[in-house]
Write a protein of this length. Structure first.
Lengths: 115, 102
């Protein structure tokens, strides 16, 4: 367990809710990792930014992320803007990042899981 | 040795490759597998963008997947490195971490 907690884990969520089960499965993985003291960072990009909006099937899961110790949540600012999403509507206070900041964030991780 | 981005979706159908190119840090590697290898056609419309990307990123293409889609090494974009399955594994070991863009 101490082994896994030493590793930085980032999960990249890129799919919209309402299509496949994949977005939810990635979040399940995030919660599982958190349960094993390896709280991942989450980055929502592309259509995945829609997971942060209210009104879909697993908003409860999104809102519960901080309860499970997942507090570092980031969102691709350009993906929000391209879809006309006002950051004030997000379920969580996700930190908006530009492309260069995301590049640095990805590069700093030891383990990455993409979707 | 930085991060290896692995893309398997066709850029003609999905946003995985364009997003990867936008968000990859200079020096990180990009490996195209499965349908993403379609981007590596020298005469295709992605060639120009990939050539520009190769200024900042080493580009690798899984040759068996490129071949399985009707292309050959002669059609591979200049500057890209063709790899076989063993080369794929070697790359994953060489880089510090990998990220699959699915």
């Amino acid at each position: 367990m101490s082994d896994s907690s030493d590793k930085s884990l980032l999960i990249l969520c890129r799919r919209a809710p309402g299509g496949s089960a994949q977005p939810r499965e990635l979040l399940d993985i995030a919660l599982t990792a958190a349960a094993f003291d390896c709280a991942p960072q989450l980055l929502f990009a592309d259509d995945g930014v829609c997971q942060l909006l209210p009104g879909h099937d697993f908003t409860g899961l999104i809102e519960a992320l901080p309860v499970y110790g997942i507090e570092r949540v980031f969102v691709d600012a350009q993906a929000l803007a391209r879809r006309g999403i006002d950051p004030a509507r997000l379920l969580l206070p996700a930190t908006p990042l530009d492309a260069a900041e995301i590049a640095d964030l990805l590069d700093a991780q030891q383990l990455l899981l993409g979707g | 040795m930085a991060l290896l981005h692995i893309v398997n979706r066709s850029p003609f159908e999905h946003s995985a490759l364009p997003s990867c190119l936008r968000l990859a840090k200079r020096g990180s590697g990009i490996l195209l597998i499965e349908d993403a290898t379609l981007a590596a056609s020298a005469a295709g419309e992605w060639a120009e963008r990939l050539s520009a990307a190769m200024v900042e990123h080493p580009l690798y293409v899984l040759l068996s997947d490129f071949r399985a889609r009707g292309f050959g090494e002669a059609q591979l974009i200049a500057g890209a490195t063709a790899v076989d399955d063993a080369g794929f594994v070697a790359l994953v070991c060489e880089y510090d971490a990998s990220l699959s863009w699915r």
